[in-house]
Each structure stands twice: as C-alpha cells, then as structure tokens.
Write a protein that binds this ligand. Structure first.
Ligand SMILES: O=c1ccn([C@@H]2O[C@H](COP(=O)(O)OP(=O)(O)O[C@H]3OC[C@@H](O)[C@H](O)[C@H]3O)[C@@H](O)[C@H]2O)c(=O)[nH]1
Length: 438
C-alpha cells in the first residue's frame, strides 16, 4: 500500500507503541491528546493496563495484548518501539527474555515497518555506552560494555537492536530514528521497578533506610518523563536518522540524590550502604548538544519539581496499596459559596489530562470520561466521586458537555486557562461555575 493510499484511508498518522509501561503510557497520552490514532501493543510483562485504561473506549485507541517476539500484522504509519524491561533488576530477572525482546522483537518491528512502509523509532538507551570512559557521553562515543556481564542482556541487546535498525535502513530503506534514553523517572513507575528513583522515594516515604549501592559516588543525570516524551515525538517527526541522546545533563552522585529525596520527603530514613552492583556504570551524563541543535529540544522540568510530582504519585500508590482500595478523605459534599471547588488530592496528572482534553477539544467518550472521573474519584475528590457515581446521566444526550461542565466546575486549570467561560464539545457555550452553587 502506498503512502498516499494510507493517508487516504487514515487521515491522521496511526502510531503504535508498546505503551502500557511507564514511558509508553505517557507517550500514549501525548499522542492521543495530539489527535492521533494509537494502537498500543504490550505483553504486560512490566506494563500495566491501569496505565492506559483511561483511553479504553476512545475511538482512536486500541490496546493489543501481544508479545513482539511474535510477528505482528497491523497497519501503522509510525512505530515507537519501546518494548523491553528497562530497570536493571527487571531485565536481569530473565536475561534470555530481555535478549529475545530486543533482538527478535526488534526484527519483527522492523519487518512490520518494512511491510507497511512505517517509520520506526527505537527506544535505545544510555546503557549502550556501558561503564563509559568518556564523559559526558556524546553520540559519537562507541561505549565500554562487558559483553558477558549481568547487564549485557540489555546493553548488548540494545546495541544489536541499533545495528538492526541501520541494517534495515541501508538494505531495505526503512526509515529509522534512534533515541538513546538516559535515566528517566516519573509517575506510573511500578512500585517494584527497582530503579533508584522509585526505590529511594518509596523507602523515604515508609521510613525505611535508603539503600545506596557501593559508596554512592557513582553519578547519574535524571530527566522527568514529560521531557523525554516531548523529545521522542520531536525525534520521530524529524529527519534525523542517526542516534540522538535524550536526557537531562544535570549530574548528581547517588549519595547526593539520596539526601535530596530524603529532604523533599522530609523523611527520617537512614542511608544504608550495600555492596556495589556488578559493572555498575560509574559516571553517566548525556551530551545533548545534538538534540538541542537539531531538534530544538532540551529538558525543561527542574529535577525537584519532577521529584515532587513523583513523590506525590508514590504516596498515593502506597495509600492505595495499604487500603487495598482508596478510602477517600472526608470532605463536605457541597462547597460553600465563593469557595473554589477543586480536586484536592486528585492527581495533577489526571487534572492536566482532562484540562488538556477540554482545551484541545479532544473528544472524551463516555467510557474514557467516566474512567477519568473514577480515577479522580479514587484520588479523593468528593465531587468527582459523586459525578462518577451518577455515570448513567452521562449516557444521555450532551455527554461531553456534561463532562466538560463537571470539570470546569470542579477543577482549577493548572495552566490558568479556561477562566470564566467555556465551550462544550457540542459547541454550546456555558459559564464557568467554579466557586458558585450549580
Ligand atoms: O536502590 C538502589 C537502586 C540503584 N542504586 C544505584 O543508582 C544508580 C542508578 O541505578 P538505576 O537502577 O536507577 O539505573 P541505571 O542507571 O543503573 O540503569 C538505567 O540506565 C538507563 C536506562 O536505560 C535504564 O532505565 C536503566 O538501565 C546505580 O548506580 C545503582 O547502583 C542504588 O544505589 N540504590
């Protein structure tokens, strides 16, 4: 099928990504919000349906339970190939599976790209540089990897995945993009992820010792997930086929990082030194001059801001887990006149998502809208809990208008937009009722 025909059939790009994991689910949010049709493919080895459930029911969204180690036959224009466990304990847990995913999985995705004429973006990693002898790491550096060490399944798996991309580009003309992703953190990381950010935050929140492997003098530079997602999308849509580093160049020792998290959580946790991990890279920091120059991209979220959001996310996860269900905090069912209604306790991320949807006039179908409301409700918003429980009302006419009205009424726009008046999805203008009785 030619590109033109495909464009005729699918007026908007139709990307696919194994997107129920940490990074994939944030990428899915961005692509959906930008109006694309998205097919998420995931085997749920480390991904979770919960991360993308708010899109289930949306006409532009499809979720396929599939392992990329098996061939896949779908029609797409762009492929974000993110499949692979990324946390060292996860990828070392089943090294053969990690190797299969990164080798056979990548071959299958490149085969798919070749068959349908799609562009493929490989989520590669800073781990291709191994324990680097060059600092900071630029794309020209070939790396220093132990090919038989415990990290090799991932490091070498990603290195050969890059090799495969360029072989398909040269031999078959497949359009490829390669993002070398440096340490990334944010909400939707799994509680058992095992990487340093989730470990330290969870330990600090629970008063457990923060486990520093080795002396803590090894360094890393951490980027917030929204910066990464913006970088991935801009790389996909660029004309740069050679590898590009995506990361935040602000470098810290792991010990400094432990202290920073302790202070942000205001935790009394001790710091506990454990034996050093084998082949642990000692220094890592991205050289991002190429991304800046060629993509106009650089991270914008300050470390502390990203960490505070992530701390908030993990506090809720802990609360949710402790109760096995979220017990809402007591709140008056009706707010007093003049007092702003808001989703206090609701996740900023969900608020942002709903607001962005309303601002960009993305259609929130009843099911997706209800799921968002339910999620907000689970986060402790008395108002949205009521709205969710009145879900049947949304099935009737003007559902999106009702949904928009609910959110206009209860949620402050985090970016200050939507003041005073709004327009519903049906085009019917309505007044912002925030702060007054409805
Ligand atoms: O509890 C912990 C966890 C980790 N660490 C240390 O913190 C540093 C960072 O470790 P992480 O497990 O978060 O991540 P690593 O940097 O080793 O690997 C990561 O690199 C980039 C990505 O591609 C991957 O997400 C991941 O492989 C390491 O030095 C590690 O030894 C601790 O000191 N304590």
């Amino acid at each position: 099928m030619s590109d033109t025909t495909k464009q005729d059939v699918l007026p908007r790009p139709r990307p696919r990504s194994p997107g129920a994991g940490f990074v994939g689910s944030h990428l899915t949010d961005k692509l959906m919000m930008d109006g694309h049709e998205v097919t998420v493919v995931d085997n749920f080895f480390t991904g979770r349906k919960r991360n993308v459930e708010h899109w289930i029911g949306h006409e532009n969204f499809e979720l396929i339970n599939h392992d990329v180690v098996e061939p896949l036959y779908i029609e797409v224009d762009q492929i974000y190939h993110l499949a692979s466990p990324a946390s060292p304990p996860n990828y070392m847990y089943n090294p053969i599976k990690t190797l299969k995913t990164n080798t056979i999985g990548t071959l299958n995705m490149l085969g798919l790209a070749k068959r349908v004429g799609a562009r493929l973006l490989l989520a590669s990693t800073s781990e291709v540089y191994g324990d680097p002898e060059v600092h900071p790491q630029s794309e020209e550096y070939w790396g220093h990897v132990n090919p038989i060490g415990p990290r090799a399944c991932y490091d070498e798996g990603k290195r050969v995945a890059e090799t495969m991309c360029y072989a398909y580009m040269k031999q078959e003309g497949v359009e490829v993009r390669v993002a070398r992703i440096f340490n990334t953190f944010g909400s939707r990381m799994h509680m058992n992820d095992g990487r340093v950010v989730s470990n330290f935050i969870l330990q600090a929140l629970q008063g457990e010792p923060l486990t520093v492997y080795g002396s803590g003098s090894q360094t890393r530079a951490f980027q917030y997930v929204s910066d990464l997602v913006n970088g991935l999308v801009s790389l996909m849509n660029s004309n740069i086929s050679s590898p590009v580093n995506l990361g935040n160049p602000e470098e810290h020792t792991i010990l400094e990082f432990a202290r920073l998290i302790k202070s942000l959580v205001v935790s009394r946790s001790q710091i506990q030194f454990l034996p050093e991990a084998q082949d642990d890279p000692q220094r890592r920091r991205p050289d991002i001059r190429k991304a800046k120059l060629m993509l106009g991209w650089e991270p914008v979220v300050p470390l502390e801001e990203g960490l505070n959001k992530t701390i908030q996310y993990f506090s809720r996860e802990l609360e949710h887990q402790a109760n096995n269900q979220y017990i809402p905090k007591p709140k008056p069912a009706r707010m007093k006149k003049g007092r702003p209604r808001h989703t206090q306790g609701a996740s900023d991320e969900l608020n942002e998502l709903v607001w962005a949807a309303l601002r960009q006039k993305v259609i929130l179908p009843e099911m997706a809208g209800l799921r968002l409301l339910t999620a907000l409700s689970a986060s402790g918003s008395a108002f949205s809990r009521n709205a969710a429980s009145r879900g049947d009302g949304f099935e009737r006419g003007g559902a999106n208008a009702a949904l928009a009205r609910e959110f206009y009424t209860l949620t402050p726009d985090p970016r200050g937009a939507g003041q005073g008046r709004g327009t519903s999805r049906t085009g019917r203008p309505f007044r912002l009722l925030r702060g007054s009785k409805r």
